[in-house]
Design a binder for this molecule. Structure first.
Ligand code: PEP
Ligand code: MN
Length: 253
């Protein structure tokens, strides 16, 4: 992504980032890229390195998956958004990822944030920084500053729900932190994206929460999308079909 495009990403319609939680095969991500780009979506997300609660759970296909998503994005003129968990992954995959994602669990890994800030300083590659699910807004903004102070101003904040007392009996996976969109807009000039997939944990809530986020001024959305959610290796319950996204693209709500 060149510099002038980065500066203009948030000037027009909200940026929609869509794709599977985990990249499962080259074929899967190629097919999704075709369907998403046909809807006008420019950002293809997909996890290659998955931060799972259990080390015994599927960890993602690793760098092989980055090759799959790169190929699919190039074929369909899209940008790659993917998470890295450590410096080795960053160095290994840097040139193939257009937007480096830092997940909720690493938001406060300050050593990693400094390394990423340094690495991205020259090219100003965007860094999508997700809110830690127990982090305050101040902590999120502080984490962004770790990256910015190393020389890269292009940090995209992404809200993804927080853990509260509601998880005792809520049917939501996390508590949607929609009000934080408005607060961050007051406290920071950074773009704010919203992830309705992880914040709800259920595909039937994804589109309504996404619409609410846009109404509140979110600059973009990150939405897990799968062609066969029941068969997804990770986060199928919260994954929507690509066709569901047209409800957001029409902006007729
Ligand atoms: C993801 O977006 O794939 C992800 C793992 O999300 P989070 O870091 O918000 O849990
Ligand atoms: Mn996921």
């Amino acid at each position: 992504m060149n510099r002038s495009e980065i500066l203009n990403v948030f000037n027009g319609a909200p940026a929609i980032i869509a794709g599977p939680c985990s990249i499962e095969s080259g074929r899967q991500v190629m097919q999704l890229a075709g369907e998403l780009s046909a809807l006008g979506i420019r950002f293809l997300r997909g996890g290659a390195f998955k931060p799972r609660t259990s080390p015994d759970a599927f960890q993602g296909l690793g760098s092989e998956a980055i090759d799959y998503i790169r190929k699919a994005a190039d074929r369909h003129d899209m940008y790659v958004v993917s998470e890295i968990l450590d410096q080795d992954q960053l160095d290994q995959c840097y040139d193939k990822i257009d937007v480096i994602q830092i997940g909720s669990r690493n938001m406060a890994s300050y050593g990693l944030l400094k390394i990423i800030g340094k690495k991205t300083a020259a090219g100003q590659k965007p860094v999508l920084l997700k809110r830690g699910f127990s982090a305050t807004i101040g902590e999120l903004l502080g984490a962004a500053d770790y990256i910015r102070q190393k020389g890269n101003p292009n940090v995209w904040l992404c809200l993804r729900g927080i853990r509260t007392f509601e998880q005792i009996d809520s049917i939501f996976r996390f508590t949607p932190d929609l009000g934080s969109i408005v607060e961050i807009k007051q406290r920071s000039d950074l773009p704010v994206l919203y992830d309705p997939s992880h914040s709800t944990g259920d595909s039937k809530f994804v589109i309504p929460i996404a619409k609410a986020a846009l109404q509140l001024g979110a600059d973009g959305l990150l939405i897990e999308t799968h062609n066969n959610p029941e068969k997804a290796l990770t986060d199928g319950k919260q994954s929507v079909l690509p066709s569901a996204l047209s409800a957001l693209l029409d902006r007729d709500f």
